[in-house]
Design a protein around this ligand. Structure first.
Ligand code: 6GU
Length: 224
């Protein structure tokens, strides 16, 4: 997969790419991520990327010209152009899986009060929000989106931390987990997990996954 990210704040986006699993995915060539500063697509002396909304009102909008120029430079026939915006449809595991099958993503990070509507109308294929709250900067949301998508690419996760039994992959939250020691400050590990009985362990885990989901996220069970 290849990803081109268009942002006014490249450093906000780059930090998360330089650690751990995303870093390793890039160094192994499983994903190529290029981060571009939208200011580099302006042509005026002050490199202006925003302007006041027509009709008045508070805040500034991102101007269309730098975004059009950048998207038209990078877009190919196999690209999907994604706008990060709180008005997008919420990111889910199912959507992350769908995006992980795209060959080339162009991600536009919104900022200020939003983008000129002509960007949506003429360039954007998908609008993505990462949840029902407002961030100051779409670059943070884009980093979350890229992480959720890239970890699903073949070979990115080793067997040790496979995506197969993630929370949400089967529509349930994961249940409790324990590591050594078997007793810590008087708190013990459930006997069944130490038993070596794989069938009993699988049953115990399935029961806890259901119970935890029922308590914390009953909305996830409604579709069954
Ligand atoms: Cl994609 N952008 C911003 N600015 N805020 C958000 C968001 C995106 N998703 C949730 N909140």
């Amino acid at each position: 997969m290849e990803i081109d990210v268009l942002t006014l704040f490249p450093r906000i986006f780059e930090g998360p790419l330089e650690e751990s699993i995303l870093k390793r995915a890039q160094s192994r060539g499983l994903v190529v991520v290029r981060v571009h500063n939208l200011r580099d697509f302006t042509h005026d002396k002050h490199r202006v990327v925003d302007d006041k909304p027509y009709g008045g009102g508070p805040g500034m909008l991102m101007k269309p010209e730098p975004i059009f120029e950048a998207v038209e430079k990078f877009r190919r026939t196999d690209s999907r152009v994604v706008l990060m915006t709180p008005q997008g449809s919420p990111l889910t595991q199912a959507r992350a899986e769908e995006f992980s099958r795209v060959a080339h993503l162009i991600i536009i990070c919104g900022h200020y009060e939003g983008v000129d509507e002509r960007v949506r109308a003429a360039l954007v294929n998908d609008e993505v929000s990462i949840g029902d709250y407002v961030l100051t900067n779409g670059a943070l949301a884009a980093a979350v989106f890229v992480d959720a998508v890239v970890r699903l690419l073949p070979g990115v996760l080793g067997d040790e931390n496979s995506a197969d039994d993630d929370s949400f992959t089967d529509g349930l939250l994961e249940g409790p987990q324990y590591t050594r020691p078997p007793e810590f400050r008087g708190l013990t590990v459930p006997e069944v997990l130490l038993s070596g009985n794989h069938e009993a362990i699988a049953k115990w885990r399935a029961e806890w996954a259901r119970q935890r989901t029922r308590e914390r996220r009953p909305d996830l069970l409604k579709e069954d």
